[in-house]
Design a protein around this ligand. Structure first.
Ligand SMILES: *[C@@H]1O[C@H](CO)[C@@H](O)[C@H](O)[C@H]1NC(C)=O
Ligand SMILES: *[C@@H]1O[C@H](CO)[C@@H](O)[C@H](O)[C@H]1NC(C)=O
Ligand SMILES: *[C@@H]1O[C@H](CO)[C@@H](O)[C@H](O)[C@H]1NC(C)=O
Ligand SMILES: *[C@@H]1O[C@H](CO)[C@@H](O)[C@H](O)[C@H]1NC(C)=O
Ligand SMILES: *[C@@H]1O[C@H](CO)[C@@H](O)[C@H](O)[C@H]1NC(C)=O
Length: 427
Protein backbone atom coordinates (compact mmCIF):
# COMPACT_ATOMS: atom_id res chain seq x y z
CA UNK A 1 0.00 0.00 0.00
CA UNK A 2 2.64 2.47 1.14
CA UNK A 3 4.85 1.46 -1.80
CA UNK A 4 2.19 1.95 -4.44
CA UNK A 5 1.29 5.32 -2.93
CA UNK A 6 4.91 6.38 -3.28
CA UNK A 7 4.92 5.24 -6.89
CA UNK A 8 1.73 7.16 -7.60
CA UNK A 9 3.29 10.23 -6.03
CA UNK A 10 6.35 9.84 -8.25
CA UNK A 11 4.15 9.46 -11.33
CA UNK A 12 2.20 12.54 -10.33
CA UNK A 13 5.40 14.51 -9.76
CA UNK A 14 6.72 13.51 -13.17
CA UNK A 15 3.41 14.39 -14.82
CA UNK A 16 3.34 17.78 -13.15
CA UNK A 17 6.94 18.45 -14.20
CA UNK A 18 6.04 17.73 -17.81
CA UNK A 19 2.90 19.83 -17.51
CA UNK A 20 4.97 22.69 -16.08
CA UNK A 21 6.87 22.80 -19.36
CA UNK A 22 3.77 24.19 -20.98
CA UNK A 23 3.74 23.80 -24.72
CA UNK A 24 6.30 21.04 -24.84
CA UNK A 25 4.99 17.95 -26.50
CA UNK A 26 7.58 15.59 -27.86
CA UNK A 27 8.97 15.03 -30.35
CA UNK A 28 10.65 18.38 -30.94
CA UNK A 29 11.89 17.24 -34.31
CA UNK A 30 10.37 14.70 -36.66
CA UNK A 31 10.41 13.54 -40.22
CA UNK A 32 8.04 15.80 -42.10
CA UNK A 33 4.50 14.84 -43.05
CA UNK A 34 4.50 13.88 -46.73
CA UNK A 35 8.29 13.45 -46.67
CA UNK A 36 8.48 10.67 -44.07
CA UNK A 37 11.09 8.86 -46.11
CA UNK A 38 13.24 11.87 -46.93
CA UNK A 39 16.23 11.62 -44.64
CA UNK A 40 17.48 15.03 -45.75
CA UNK A 41 14.46 16.96 -44.40
CA UNK A 42 13.45 17.46 -40.78
CA UNK A 43 10.56 19.41 -39.30
CA UNK A 44 10.98 21.31 -36.02
CA UNK A 45 7.70 21.48 -34.16
CA UNK A 46 6.51 24.78 -32.73
CA UNK A 47 9.92 26.37 -33.40
CA UNK A 48 11.22 24.27 -30.48
CA UNK A 49 9.81 27.07 -28.34
CA UNK A 50 10.02 24.87 -25.25
CA UNK A 51 13.03 22.62 -24.93
CA UNK A 52 13.09 19.94 -22.24
CA UNK A 53 15.74 20.37 -19.53
CA UNK A 54 18.63 20.23 -19.58
CA UNK A 55 19.51 21.95 -22.84
CA UNK A 56 22.64 23.86 -23.72
CA UNK A 57 24.12 25.67 -26.64
CA UNK A 58 27.78 26.62 -27.11
CA UNK A 59 27.95 30.41 -27.07
CA UNK A 60 30.35 32.53 -29.10
CA UNK A 61 30.18 34.92 -26.13
CA UNK A 62 31.97 32.17 -24.13
CA UNK A 63 34.72 32.09 -26.73
CA UNK A 64 33.39 29.17 -28.76
CA UNK A 65 33.97 29.35 -32.52
CA UNK A 66 30.87 31.21 -33.77
CA UNK A 67 30.52 28.52 -36.40
CA UNK A 68 29.62 26.14 -33.60
CA UNK A 69 27.12 28.48 -31.97
CA UNK A 70 24.13 27.08 -33.83
CA UNK A 71 20.62 25.89 -33.14
CA UNK A 72 21.23 22.53 -34.80
CA UNK A 73 24.26 21.88 -32.56
CA UNK A 74 22.28 22.62 -29.39
CA UNK A 75 22.53 19.79 -26.90
CA UNK A 76 19.12 18.37 -25.91
CA UNK A 77 19.99 15.03 -24.31
CA UNK A 78 16.53 14.21 -22.97
CA UNK A 79 14.81 14.29 -26.36
CA UNK A 80 16.50 12.01 -28.83
CA UNK A 81 14.44 13.43 -31.67
CA UNK A 82 16.70 16.49 -31.67
CA UNK A 83 19.54 14.40 -33.07
CA UNK A 84 17.60 14.18 -36.36
CA UNK A 85 19.04 17.64 -37.04
CA UNK A 86 22.56 16.27 -37.31
CA UNK A 87 23.56 16.14 -40.96
CA UNK A 88 20.07 17.07 -42.15
CA UNK A 89 20.37 19.77 -44.81
CA UNK A 90 16.76 20.97 -44.89
CA UNK A 91 15.43 22.08 -41.51
CA UNK A 92 11.83 23.25 -41.66
CA UNK A 93 10.26 25.50 -39.02
CA UNK A 94 7.09 26.63 -40.78
CA UNK A 95 5.71 23.36 -42.15
CA UNK A 96 3.07 24.75 -44.51
CA UNK A 97 5.36 27.20 -46.25
CA UNK A 98 8.62 25.29 -45.79
CA UNK A 99 7.33 22.07 -47.34
CA UNK A 100 5.72 24.05 -50.15
CA UNK A 101 9.14 25.60 -50.92
CA UNK A 102 10.97 22.27 -50.76
CA UNK A 103 8.63 20.17 -52.87
CA UNK A 104 8.76 16.39 -52.86
CA UNK A 105 12.44 15.65 -53.48
CA UNK A 106 14.86 18.46 -52.62
CA UNK A 107 18.55 17.64 -52.94
CA UNK A 108 21.71 19.35 -51.77
CA UNK A 109 24.99 18.46 -53.43
CA UNK A 110 28.51 19.82 -53.26
CA UNK A 111 29.49 20.56 -56.85
CA UNK A 112 32.94 22.17 -56.65
CA UNK A 113 35.89 22.41 -54.34
CA UNK A 114 37.32 25.91 -54.25
CA UNK A 115 39.71 27.92 -52.09
CA UNK A 116 38.80 27.06 -48.54
CA UNK A 117 40.70 30.13 -47.28
CA UNK A 118 38.64 32.67 -49.18
CA UNK A 119 35.12 33.98 -49.08
CA UNK A 120 33.03 33.66 -52.24
CA UNK A 121 30.81 36.52 -53.28
CA UNK A 122 28.91 38.29 -56.03
CA UNK A 123 27.45 35.24 -57.79
CA UNK A 124 25.34 36.38 -60.75
CA UNK A 125 23.47 34.16 -63.19
CA UNK A 126 23.58 35.30 -66.81
CA UNK A 127 20.57 33.71 -68.53
CA UNK A 128 21.62 34.34 -72.15
CA UNK A 129 24.92 32.53 -71.59
CA UNK A 130 23.68 30.06 -68.94
CA UNK A 131 26.68 30.78 -66.73
CA UNK A 132 27.29 31.99 -63.18
CA UNK A 133 30.07 34.52 -62.68
CA UNK A 134 31.34 34.89 -59.10
CA UNK A 135 34.26 36.33 -57.18
CA UNK A 136 36.81 35.40 -54.54
CA UNK A 137 37.51 38.65 -52.70
CA UNK A 138 40.98 37.83 -51.44
CA UNK A 139 44.47 39.37 -51.48
CA UNK A 140 46.14 38.42 -54.75
CA UNK A 141 42.98 37.15 -56.53
CA UNK A 142 42.83 39.51 -59.50
CA UNK A 143 40.12 37.75 -61.46
CA UNK A 144 36.79 36.04 -61.02
CA UNK A 145 35.44 32.57 -61.78
CA UNK A 146 32.80 31.36 -64.20
CA UNK A 147 30.62 28.27 -63.91
CA UNK A 148 29.40 26.98 -67.25
CA UNK A 149 26.00 25.34 -66.84
CA UNK A 150 25.91 24.27 -70.48
CA UNK A 151 28.40 21.54 -69.63
CA UNK A 152 27.30 18.29 -68.01
CA UNK A 153 28.44 18.23 -65.29
CA UNK A 154 28.98 21.99 -64.98
CA UNK A 155 32.57 23.20 -65.30
CA UNK A 156 34.43 26.03 -63.62
CA UNK A 157 37.17 28.31 -64.99
CA UNK A 158 38.96 31.59 -64.32
CA UNK A 159 37.31 34.68 -65.72
CA UNK A 160 39.17 37.90 -66.51
CA UNK A 161 37.44 41.09 -67.60
CA UNK A 162 38.80 44.02 -69.62
CA UNK A 163 40.06 45.83 -67.64
CA UNK A 164 40.39 43.32 -64.80
CA UNK A 165 38.62 44.16 -61.53
CA UNK A 166 40.08 43.28 -58.13
CA UNK A 167 38.07 42.22 -55.06
CA UNK A 168 34.53 42.22 -56.39
CA UNK A 169 32.27 41.57 -53.42
CA UNK A 170 28.74 42.17 -54.73
CA UNK A 171 26.96 41.68 -58.04
CA UNK A 172 23.50 41.93 -59.54
CA UNK A 173 22.09 41.55 -63.03
CA UNK A 174 20.07 44.46 -64.48
CA UNK A 175 18.97 44.74 -68.09
CA UNK A 176 21.52 42.15 -69.16
CA UNK A 177 24.48 43.91 -67.52
CA UNK A 178 26.26 42.88 -64.33
CA UNK A 179 26.71 45.59 -61.72
CA UNK A 180 29.66 44.95 -59.46
CA UNK A 181 30.57 46.38 -56.07
CA UNK A 182 34.33 46.28 -55.78
CA UNK A 183 36.46 46.82 -52.69
CA UNK A 184 40.03 47.36 -53.84
CA UNK A 185 42.12 50.52 -54.11
CA UNK A 186 45.49 48.77 -54.33
CA UNK A 187 46.99 48.57 -57.82
CA UNK A 188 47.55 45.06 -59.14
CA UNK A 189 49.08 43.20 -62.07
CA UNK A 190 46.66 42.35 -64.86
CA UNK A 191 46.17 38.56 -65.11
CA UNK A 192 46.02 39.09 -68.89
CA UNK A 193 49.40 40.79 -69.50
CA UNK A 194 50.97 41.72 -66.16
CA UNK A 195 50.52 45.47 -66.69
CA UNK A 196 49.66 47.52 -63.60
CA UNK A 197 45.92 48.14 -63.17
CA UNK A 198 44.69 51.06 -61.06
CA UNK A 199 41.36 50.90 -59.35
CA UNK A 200 39.36 52.48 -56.54
CA UNK A 201 36.52 50.99 -54.49
CA UNK A 202 33.33 51.62 -56.42
CA UNK A 203 30.61 50.37 -58.72
CA UNK A 204 31.55 48.80 -62.04
CA UNK A 205 29.40 47.62 -64.95
CA UNK A 206 30.33 44.44 -66.81
CA UNK A 207 28.90 43.42 -70.17
CA UNK A 208 28.97 39.62 -69.77
CA UNK A 209 28.76 39.16 -73.54
CA UNK A 210 32.02 41.00 -74.22
CA UNK A 211 33.82 40.99 -70.86
CA UNK A 212 34.17 44.80 -71.09
CA UNK A 213 33.97 46.74 -67.84
CA UNK A 214 33.19 50.43 -67.32
CA UNK A 215 33.58 52.34 -64.07
CA UNK A 216 30.35 53.97 -62.88
CA UNK A 217 31.54 55.61 -59.66
CA UNK A 218 34.90 55.46 -57.88
CA UNK A 219 34.85 58.31 -55.33
CA UNK A 220 32.73 60.53 -53.14
CA UNK A 221 33.75 64.13 -53.84
CA UNK A 222 37.35 63.04 -54.18
CA UNK A 223 37.41 60.71 -51.17
CA UNK A 224 37.68 56.96 -51.57
CA UNK A 225 34.65 54.89 -50.72
CA UNK A 226 35.45 52.34 -48.00
CA UNK A 227 34.66 49.16 -49.91
CA UNK A 228 31.28 48.69 -51.59
CA UNK A 229 30.00 45.33 -50.47
CA UNK A 230 26.76 44.55 -52.27
CA UNK A 231 24.43 46.22 -54.76
CA UNK A 232 20.84 46.30 -55.88
CA UNK A 233 19.42 48.14 -58.89
CA UNK A 234 15.83 49.38 -58.67
CA UNK A 235 13.33 49.57 -61.53
CA UNK A 236 14.47 53.08 -62.47
CA UNK A 237 18.11 52.04 -62.76
CA UNK A 238 19.25 53.68 -59.50
CA UNK A 239 21.93 51.65 -57.78
CA UNK A 240 21.79 51.09 -54.04
CA UNK A 241 24.94 49.76 -52.42
CA UNK A 242 26.30 49.08 -48.96
CA UNK A 243 29.76 50.47 -48.15
CA UNK A 244 31.29 48.44 -45.32
CA UNK A 245 34.87 48.02 -44.09
CA UNK A 246 35.73 44.59 -45.41
CA UNK A 247 38.13 45.77 -48.12
CA UNK A 248 40.38 46.97 -45.32
CA UNK A 249 39.68 43.73 -43.43
CA UNK A 250 41.08 41.66 -46.31
CA UNK A 251 43.83 44.18 -47.11
CA UNK A 252 42.82 45.23 -50.59
CA UNK A 253 42.33 48.88 -49.69
CA UNK A 254 43.42 51.52 -47.18
CA UNK A 255 42.08 52.15 -43.68
CA UNK A 256 38.38 53.16 -43.91
CA UNK A 257 37.68 56.75 -44.88
CA UNK A 258 34.01 56.96 -43.91
CA UNK A 259 31.69 55.42 -41.37
CA UNK A 260 29.90 52.38 -42.82
CA UNK A 261 26.82 53.50 -44.79
CA UNK A 262 24.44 52.69 -47.63
CA UNK A 263 24.26 54.87 -50.73
CA UNK A 264 22.12 55.50 -53.77
CA UNK A 265 23.96 56.16 -57.02
CA UNK A 266 22.07 57.56 -60.00
CA UNK A 267 23.99 56.71 -63.19
CA UNK A 268 21.97 59.17 -65.30
CA UNK A 269 23.22 62.18 -63.26
CA UNK A 270 26.28 60.84 -61.45
CA UNK A 271 24.78 61.85 -58.10
CA UNK A 272 25.87 59.78 -55.11
CA UNK A 273 23.76 60.15 -51.96
CA UNK A 274 23.77 58.52 -48.58
CA UNK A 275 20.49 56.77 -47.70
CA UNK A 276 21.30 54.95 -44.44
CA UNK A 277 24.00 55.33 -41.77
CA UNK A 278 22.89 53.49 -38.63
CA UNK A 279 24.03 49.90 -39.24
CA UNK A 280 27.22 48.50 -37.73
CA UNK A 281 28.43 47.07 -41.06
CA UNK A 282 25.77 47.16 -43.79
CA UNK A 283 26.23 44.10 -45.95
CA UNK A 284 23.70 42.22 -48.10
CA UNK A 285 20.98 44.23 -49.82
CA UNK A 286 17.74 43.30 -51.58
CA UNK A 287 14.40 44.77 -52.59
CA UNK A 288 10.97 43.14 -52.35
CA UNK A 289 9.32 42.10 -55.63
CA UNK A 290 6.88 45.05 -55.43
CA UNK A 291 9.79 47.48 -55.06
CA UNK A 292 8.42 48.92 -51.82
CA UNK A 293 10.68 47.40 -49.18
CA UNK A 294 14.45 47.28 -48.89
CA UNK A 295 16.25 44.68 -46.81
CA UNK A 296 19.78 45.26 -45.57
CA UNK A 297 21.74 42.88 -43.39
CA UNK A 298 24.03 44.18 -40.64
CA UNK A 299 27.18 42.16 -39.93
CA UNK A 300 28.39 44.41 -37.11
CA UNK A 301 29.50 41.20 -35.34
CA UNK A 302 32.83 41.93 -37.01
CA UNK A 303 34.75 44.26 -34.69
CA UNK A 304 37.62 46.25 -36.16
CA UNK A 305 38.79 47.84 -32.92
CA UNK A 306 42.22 46.98 -31.62
CA UNK A 307 43.08 44.57 -34.42
CA UNK A 308 46.72 44.99 -35.50
CA UNK A 309 47.40 46.18 -39.04
CA UNK A 310 49.60 43.19 -39.81
CA UNK A 311 46.70 40.81 -39.21
CA UNK A 312 44.42 39.62 -42.03
CA UNK A 313 41.48 39.47 -41.69
CA UNK A 314 41.46 42.58 -39.54
CA UNK A 315 38.50 41.94 -37.31
CA UNK A 316 37.41 39.83 -34.39
CA UNK A 317 33.96 38.42 -33.70
CA UNK A 318 31.85 40.50 -31.34
CA UNK A 319 28.91 38.33 -30.26
CA UNK A 320 27.02 41.45 -29.22
CA UNK A 321 27.53 43.23 -32.54
CA UNK A 322 24.90 43.50 -35.25
CA UNK A 323 23.53 40.28 -36.67
CA UNK A 324 20.29 41.63 -37.98
CA UNK A 325 18.26 41.91 -41.10
CA UNK A 326 16.50 45.26 -41.31
CA UNK A 327 13.53 46.22 -43.45
CA UNK A 328 12.94 49.79 -44.66
CA UNK A 329 10.12 51.42 -46.60
CA UNK A 330 11.32 52.77 -49.94
CA UNK A 331 9.72 56.14 -50.71
CA UNK A 332 9.87 57.83 -54.09
CA UNK A 333 11.41 61.29 -54.50
CA UNK A 334 12.73 63.29 -57.47
CA UNK A 335 16.22 62.22 -56.38
CA UNK A 336 15.33 58.53 -56.16
CA UNK A 337 14.17 56.15 -53.44
CA UNK A 338 14.79 57.15 -49.83
CA UNK A 339 14.39 54.97 -46.78
CA UNK A 340 12.11 55.34 -43.76
CA UNK A 341 10.60 53.14 -41.09
CA UNK A 342 13.71 51.13 -40.28
CA UNK A 343 12.81 48.00 -38.35
CA UNK A 344 14.80 44.93 -37.37
CA UNK A 345 12.97 41.86 -38.64
CA UNK A 346 15.50 39.11 -37.94
CA UNK A 347 18.21 38.39 -35.39
CA UNK A 348 20.46 35.77 -36.98
CA UNK A 349 20.23 32.57 -34.92
CA UNK A 350 23.76 31.74 -36.02
CA UNK A 351 26.64 34.03 -37.08
CA UNK A 352 25.11 36.87 -39.17
CA UNK A 353 23.39 37.12 -42.54
CA UNK A 354 25.90 38.05 -45.26
CA UNK A 355 24.64 37.83 -48.86
CA UNK A 356 20.89 38.54 -49.14
CA UNK A 357 18.60 37.59 -51.99
CA UNK A 358 14.86 38.08 -52.32
CA UNK A 359 12.95 35.43 -54.25
CA UNK A 360 10.16 36.03 -56.73
CA UNK A 361 7.65 35.13 -54.00
CA UNK A 362 9.18 37.66 -51.62
CA UNK A 363 11.10 35.22 -49.42
CA UNK A 364 14.33 36.67 -48.06
CA UNK A 365 17.33 34.34 -48.25
CA UNK A 366 20.37 35.16 -46.16
CA UNK A 367 23.69 33.32 -46.11
CA UNK A 368 24.33 32.95 -42.40
CA UNK A 369 27.17 30.87 -40.99
CA UNK A 370 26.92 27.31 -42.24
CA UNK A 371 23.71 27.72 -44.18
CA UNK A 372 20.90 29.77 -45.58
CA UNK A 373 18.08 31.40 -43.63
CA UNK A 374 14.83 31.44 -45.57
CA UNK A 375 12.63 34.16 -44.07
CA UNK A 376 9.27 35.50 -45.08
CA UNK A 377 8.80 39.21 -45.62
CA UNK A 378 8.05 39.66 -41.91
CA UNK A 379 11.26 37.98 -40.85
CA UNK A 380 9.79 34.66 -39.70
CA UNK A 381 12.23 31.79 -40.20
CA UNK A 382 10.51 29.40 -42.60
CA UNK A 383 13.42 27.00 -42.93
CA UNK A 384 17.20 26.72 -43.05
CA UNK A 385 19.45 24.96 -45.49
CA UNK A 386 22.38 23.57 -43.50
CA UNK A 387 25.48 22.72 -45.50
CA UNK A 388 27.72 22.08 -42.48
CA UNK A 389 30.39 24.60 -43.46
CA UNK A 390 30.71 28.32 -44.13
CA UNK A 391 28.88 29.92 -47.02
CA UNK A 392 28.78 33.64 -47.87
CA UNK A 393 26.35 34.05 -50.71
CA UNK A 394 23.94 32.33 -53.09
CA UNK A 395 22.29 32.67 -56.48
CA UNK A 396 19.30 31.15 -58.21
CA UNK A 397 20.19 29.81 -61.66
CA UNK A 398 18.82 27.85 -64.56
CA UNK A 399 16.08 28.77 -67.04
CA UNK A 400 13.40 28.85 -64.32
CA UNK A 401 15.78 30.16 -61.61
CA UNK A 402 14.88 27.12 -59.53
CA UNK A 403 18.36 25.80 -58.77
CA UNK A 404 19.88 27.53 -55.78
CA UNK A 405 23.68 27.69 -55.84
CA UNK A 406 25.53 28.34 -52.57
CA UNK A 407 29.04 29.76 -52.36
CA UNK A 408 31.63 29.87 -49.60
CA UNK A 409 34.91 28.53 -48.29
CA UNK A 410 33.13 25.21 -47.65
CA UNK A 411 32.68 24.81 -51.40
CA UNK A 412 30.14 25.44 -54.10
CA UNK A 413 26.84 23.71 -53.54
CA UNK A 414 23.64 23.30 -55.50
CA UNK A 415 20.10 22.76 -54.25
CA UNK A 416 17.80 21.19 -56.81
CA UNK A 417 14.20 20.04 -56.75
CA UNK A 418 12.85 23.18 -55.08
CA UNK A 419 9.23 23.65 -56.12
CA UNK A 420 7.83 26.66 -54.27
CA UNK A 421 10.61 29.20 -54.70
CA UNK A 422 12.25 30.87 -57.71
CA UNK A 423 14.83 33.55 -58.17
CA UNK A 424 13.86 36.86 -59.72
CA UNK A 425 14.52 37.06 -63.47
CA UNK A 426 17.10 39.78 -62.92
CA UNK A 427 18.96 40.10 -59.65
C1 LIG B 1 8.30 5.04 -47.50
O1 LIG B 1 8.90 3.90 -48.07
C2 LIG B 1 8.16 2.71 -47.89
C3 LIG B 1 8.97 1.54 -48.41
O2 LIG B 1 9.82 1.91 -49.45
C4 LIG B 1 6.84 2.84 -48.63
O3 LIG B 1 6.06 1.66 -48.45
C5 LIG B 1 6.09 4.03 -48.06
O4 LIG B 1 4.91 4.24 -48.80
C6 LIG B 1 6.93 5.28 -48.14
N1 LIG B 1 6.26 6.32 -47.43
C7 LIG B 1 6.13 7.53 -47.95
C8 LIG B 1 5.40 8.52 -47.10
O5 LIG B 1 6.57 7.85 -49.05
C1 LIG C 1 32.37 22.92 -35.03
O1 LIG C 1 31.81 23.04 -36.34
C2 LIG C 1 32.53 22.32 -37.32
C3 LIG C 1 31.97 22.70 -38.66
O2 LIG C 1 30.59 22.81 -38.64
C4 LIG C 1 32.42 20.83 -37.02
O3 LIG C 1 33.14 20.10 -37.97
C5 LIG C 1 32.98 20.59 -35.63
O4 LIG C 1 32.78 19.25 -35.29
C6 LIG C 1 32.32 21.47 -34.60
N1 LIG C 1 32.98 21.33 -33.32
C7 LIG C 1 32.31 21.02 -32.23
C8 LIG C 1 33.13 21.00 -30.98
O5 LIG C 1 31.12 20.79 -32.22
C1 LIG D 1 42.05 23.61 -47.31
O1 LIG D 1 42.61 23.15 -48.52
C2 LIG D 1 43.96 22.76 -48.41
C3 LIG D 1 44.45 22.35 -49.79
O2 LIG D 1 44.17 23.35 -50.72
C4 LIG D 1 44.08 21.60 -47.43
O3 LIG D 1 45.42 21.28 -47.25
C5 LIG D 1 43.47 22.00 -46.09
O4 LIG D 1 43.43 20.89 -45.24
C6 LIG D 1 42.05 22.51 -46.27
N1 LIG D 1 41.55 22.99 -44.99
C7 LIG D 1 40.34 22.67 -44.54
C8 LIG D 1 39.94 23.27 -43.24
O5 LIG D 1 39.58 21.95 -45.15
C1 LIG E 1 43.19 30.67 -62.11
O1 LIG E 1 43.61 31.77 -61.33
C2 LIG E 1 44.37 31.43 -60.20
C3 LIG E 1 44.71 32.71 -59.45
O2 LIG E 1 43.66 33.59 -59.46
C4 LIG E 1 45.64 30.72 -60.63
O3 LIG E 1 46.33 30.30 -59.49
C5 LIG E 1 45.28 29.52 -61.47
O4 LIG E 1 46.45 28.95 -61.99
C6 LIG E 1 44.39 29.93 -62.62
N1 LIG E 1 43.95 28.74 -63.35
C7 LIG E 1 44.08 28.64 -64.65
C8 LIG E 1 43.56 27.36 -65.25
O5 LIG E 1 44.56 29.52 -65.34
C1 LIG F 1 48.68 44.36 -47.33
O1 LIG F 1 48.83 44.65 -48.70
C2 LIG F 1 49.98 45.41 -48.98
C3 LIG F 1 49.91 45.81 -50.45
O2 LIG F 1 49.75 44.70 -51.27
C4 LIG F 1 51.21 44.59 -48.64
O3 LIG F 1 52.37 45.35 -48.86
C5 LIG F 1 51.15 44.18 -47.17
O4 LIG F 1 52.20 43.30 -46.88
C6 LIG F 1 49.83 43.50 -46.88
N1 LIG F 1 49.72 43.26 -45.44
C7 LIG F 1 49.38 42.09 -44.93
C8 LIG F 1 49.29 42.02 -43.44
O5 LIG F 1 49.12 41.11 -45.61
Amino acid sequence: MATSKRINLAVLLLASQVAAQAGFSPPIVQRCPGLMNASNVACVNNYAAVLPYPFARAYASDGVDPENDTFVETSVPSDSSFSLLEDTPFVVFDQARGLDILGSAPELERVFDTRNDSIHEAPVYVPGLNVIIFSLPHQGEYQQRIINLNDTPPTIANYTTNPPVYAVNGGKLYQGMIYWASEASFSFPSPADGSLVQQAPGIYKLDPNTGEVVTLVNNYYGTLLNSPNDVFIDDSGDIFFTDAWYGYAINVTVYPVHAPATYRFRPSTGALNIVENTLGQPNGIGISPDGKTMYISDTGVTNFEGVPKDAVPRYTYDPFGGKYVYAFDINPSPAGGYLTNKRPIWLAETFADDGLHVSREGYILGAAGSGVDVLNEWGELIMRIEVGGDINNMQFAGPDRRDLWLFGPSGIWRVTGLEGIQGMLEE
